[in-house]
Design a protein around this ligand. Structure first.
Ligand code: FES
Length: 79
């Protein structure tokens, strides 16, 4: 099972493979800002410091939202 580590707090979580990060965050009381939940606003952008190779391939819909974020290794928690 993949492990999620939050850089800010150092907290770690086991996350079932295939889980959307935003769904996991909401179910576990983690504060990830969000808006549209469809990949178009970029509000839920997160920076992946390590393990990018373990994420699903970025979709065209997510790519459009990621382009709104000016950070390297950004992904959308809702996607
Ligand atoms: S909540 Fe809008 S892109 Fe994720």
């Amino acid at each position: 099972m993949p492990t999620l580590t939050l850089i800010d707090s150092g907290a770690t979580y086991d996350v079932p493979a295939g889980t959307h990060l935003l769904d996991f965050a909401q179910a576990n009381g983690l504060d990830i800002p969000f808006g549209c939940t469809r990949g178009s606003c970029g509000t839920c952008g997160v920076v992946v410091e390590k393990g990018m190779e373990n994420l699903n391939e970025i979709s065209d819909a997510e790519q459009d939202g990621v382009e709104l974020i000016s950070e390297d290794n950004a992904r959308l928690a809702c996607r």
